[in-house]
Design a protein around this ligand. Structure first.
Ligand code: ZN
Length: 136
């Protein structure tokens, strides 16, 4: 079951420029930068109320973010919903005939396990499920 909107992912070309723009817009500073090497992205996080904004910039031309920007330009890339139990939710979504991009959750930024549903199944919205990893 989805619990709440956790964050909004925004694809950007230049992380430094986007950070200064979003700190103006949101009137708060980025609280963390984190690279996810497996996805070819570097992220920067802002928090407004209890919603996070995840700026995503490509670190190489093969990155899914580089390809997204090539096709669609900068802008909203995905919505991420916190899941009670990501494995269970993935199998429910599969039963609902939704197309999964990841059958098995993988490590994402911000201490999360994540998986995406294909926009074909979700009204054109790239839909992320995320679940906080237990802290060790
Ligand atoms: Zn995300």
């Amino acid at each position: 079951m989805p619990k709440k909107l956790e964050h909004i992912g925004i694809a950007v070309k230049d992380l430094d420029k986007a950070e200064s723009l979003f700190s103006q817009l949101l009137q708060t500073q980025s609280y963390k930068r984190e690279e996810v090497a497996s996805e070819g992205v570097i992220t920067s996080f802002f928090m407004l109320g209890d919603i996070k904004f995840e700026l995503l910039a490509a670190t190489n031309p093969e990155s899914p973010i580089a390809k997204f920007i090539e096709k669609r330009g900068e802008g909203i890339h995905h919505l991420a919903f916190e899941s009670e139990n990501i494995e269970m939710e993935l199998s429910e979504r599969k039963d609902q005939q939704m197309q999964l991009i990841h059958e098995i959750p993988k490590d994402g930024a911000d201490n999360k396990r994540i998986a995406f549903l294909h926009p074909k199944s979700t009204g054109g919205v790239l839909w992320e499920l995320c679940e906080e990893k237990p802290k060790d």
